[in-house]
Design a protein around this ligand. Sequence first.
Ligand SMILES: [Zn+2]
Length: 257
Amino acid sequence: MSGRNKGAKLRYDRQSDTYYLHVTVKQERDDPQAEAEGRTVLGVDRNVDGYLAVTSSGVFIGNADLFNHKRHEYERRRGKLQQKGTRSAHLTIQSIGDRFANWSEDYLHRVSKEVVLEAVTNRCDTIVLEDLKGIRERIADLSKFQQWAFGELAQQITYKAKAEGITVEMVNPAYMSRQCSHTECGFTHTQNRDGDEFVCQKCGKELHSDYNAARNIAARYLQNRRNSGAGGATNHLALKSGTVTGSGDSTPTASRG
Ligand SMILES: [Zn+2]
């Protein structure tokens, strides 16, 4: 257990189907962050199922399934109370509504805090998210609650990042989930992705799909900067590999917080 994985943090174990409050699972740690022209960038992929946020440094944060489950529970209770229609039931609806709103916001605060902490730990000066406009189609079918959560998480990350002197940038997410994030490859194909699993049909690279997307998000931002000529002729994408500096954590695989 590395230093930053200490603290009040809980997990969801899929095998035993045990719900904990908060997920942080570190996976493969090559290319933990991208560096170019003095920028150290952390890509963050947001989701409404599985993990709420996945970083390009391989950290999986927040249990979106728990989040959705809590929402359904709340709606079910509210529905029952509405059928009762009594004054007391009405007061209870207000009270559980307030409680649920507080809980969801607090949960997103924990997730956004963890994301920014990951950026700080990796000494990133930039966090990159997907532009909400670009994923409007992807989130169009989601509930209002999930759409709210998606935007709220970005706002909270931006707010907390600012307090740490970290900039938040947005990139167009087109084809991000189907593109191989392996530095030498970049092959884009619909069959690269099957749910949580990403297997590049060209180079064979296997990754968690969200982790792959997070790496692409960071890489695309740096690509955009290079294309716009920012930083002059020395622009390059240098991905760190293997070890992580700063935290002294050099474990490349599966260190579970
Ligand atoms: Zn590939």
